[in-house]
Design a protein around this ligand. Structure first.
Ligand code: FE
Ligand code: FE
Ligand code: FE
Length: 170
């Protein structure tokens, strides 16, 4: 039997922190490309705002590492790699219009949902481990991810999906 590297909840917490540290860093490289490909100004603005938030979230994660006396280090998040790859694929496969925007929103929401699940878990682990300050920091990020997901839903419902549908009928 292989020796387990992650033995305690503390180890698991650190492992998942590293995963998200890497995931957020991947996003700072991917979001500018998605913003550039967006047709709607509102969608581009939303992605650009979230890029700034993402940079803050990285700093927040660095504070969390500090809180638990660990070096800020990433570990490749395979899920985020895959989600970004799917986003890139959809952008390559669509032409520059509202259909592409609908695809960008879809890919972005899958990303936000992954982040919401991850930060939700991290907050719960931090609380369990008695890291109250870390939990509060992680909760701030969790709220930003939820807010972004909601904004993307609103954008889709406010016309991008309809425009995409109309475009297909022309
Ligand atoms: Fe994030
Ligand atoms: Fe991951
Ligand atoms: Fe996010």
């Amino acid at each position: 039997m292989a020796t387990a590297k992650v033995k305690t909840l503390e180890d698991l917490f650190l492992d998942e922190l590293k995963d998200m540290y890497n995931a957020e860093n991947q996003l700072t490289r991917a979001l500018p490309k998605m913003a550039k490909k967006a047709t709607s100004d509102d969608l581009r603005n939303a992605i650009e705002t979230h890029l700034e938030e993402t940079q803050n979230q990285i700093e927040r994660l660095e504070k969390v590492f500090k809180e638990i006396d660990q070096a800020a280090k990433g570990k490749t998040c395979q899920a985020m790699k895959g989600l970004i790859e799917e986003g890139t694929e959809i952008m390559e496969d669509t032409s520059e219009d509202m259909v592409r925007d609908a695809g960008i929103i879809s890919a972005s929401q899958k990303i936000e949902h992954y982040e919401i699940a991850s930060y939700g878990t991290l907050v719960a682990f931090a609380k369990n481990l008695g890291y109250d300050k870390a939990a509060a920091l992680l909760e701030e990020t969790l709220e930003e991810e939820k807010k972004t997901d909601k904004l993307l839903t609103d954008l889709a419902l406010s016309g991008i999906n309809e425009d995409a549908q109309r475009g297909s009928e022309e």
